[in-house]
Design a protein around this ligand. Sequence first.
Ligand code: ATP
Length: 463
Amino acid sequence: MIIGIDDTDSRKGLCTTYLCAVLVDELKKRGYGEVSTPRLVRLNPCIPFKTRGNGAVSFEIRIANGKEEKVKEVVKARVSELSELREEETNPGVVFIDDNALNAISGKEREEQSESMLKNFYENAVREVLKIENAYAIISELHFDYFGLKNKRGIIGALAAVSFLALQKNNPNYYDFTYELMAYRRKESWGKSRFIEEASVWESDEATYPLVWDTVDVANNNIVFAPHSPCPVLFGIRGDSIDAIYKAYELIHAEPVERKMLFVTNQGTDFHLISPYRACGVVGQSPTKFGDAKEKLQDYHSYVLDGVVCSNPRTIEGGHVLFSIALSRKPAEKSIECIAYEPTKGFRDIIRELRVGDEITVFGSLKKKTINLEKVEIRKLNNAVERNPKCDKCGRTMKSAGRLQGYRCKHCGTYRADKDVVIVDRGMEEGLYEVPPVARRHISKPVIRMRMEGTNKKIHPSR
Ligand code: ATP
């Protein structure tokens, strides 16, 4: 049986991954069956009613005969007990794929159809805005079982999480994935400040980066792997190698933990990005069907867009940096504004260096018709700068002779019709730049992962 769970926590406490860890440990302890490594999927990061990182969880249990109903009872009891039900925005949902339903969807004639339903649902949950009815339609069509509390909106995330696991279980490379090892605090510490020995975290990062990433932010002198909220999470170690993650864990000195759990996750994969006009999108990502290129770009969606800088960056109140690009392939919009917010810190220094004519690719979410930048690829710097011409006789800089009237040397009287075009050294390199770990979304791919995949692009990891 595959079980998916979502929307149990609030900003005031608890955490769906913790509930998952408690359940996995309990089901194993009670001897109900062998339990798989759980999955943690990050869904559309723009969803307004998310608590934090829009995460949902799932796991598979091979149940000893006849215990299915018992397992469901335990899951329902724990979800009811470990959910922040008093919070308006907490609406738990659970989806069960029983073995019968699982066998039916892997049966020859149904396999392709069911797989494409689950695939579409999962991918749309990461990239689009869904309605709960979309989830109910699939649950009923594929004879899944479900449970929910209050308005049950968590069913959306729960179905996305079981879909991810069902697609990935027989083919682990179906989607790009990474790992996160979560350590959970003892109950008596919840809400109190966390004890984590800082020096040990830096040492652990030094010993395991880049197989482990986003533990610290070197440029901003910050430890970023521990939340500051009252939730049960002590910290989470993210990376590409299980061995390196456990090595990092062993090197960290911190308060005693209640338990820990390793998750397979879509974090750090950029799976949320839609590449509307490319045959194939981001590295490691399958092409996305986007409909026709005349369609408008929509708020609450995340894109990869090619364009040419058409307004020089300017810093606005609050320290945010704003500029526009003319889109290379035009939908309804011809140009689009892009913003690097103040929390992206040093990333703004790169953005401020952009100039009209630079060919770039922007990566980020569209909100209020503005791309909120997560990454930028500078494909071709515009090195040609127009300047008032120099006089051939005396070498002095010529002055404008009036609007559209060319240039004249005040000293020698020499005339030139056009400006000089000079090639300058822009003092920056082309390639991929990213926001620092302090500002990184869970689902955003750190560019260092692209090096490990063997990209031939020039990358500038921020850490
Ligand atoms: P945490 O990261 O702490 O677990 P969260 O950020 O995951 O919290 P949730 O409490 O799970 O936030 O709330 C997100 C809600 O949005 C859930 O009810 C989930 O079912 C729903 N949801 C997730 N993705 C989509 C989507 N693409 N369209 C519509 N609803 C979605």
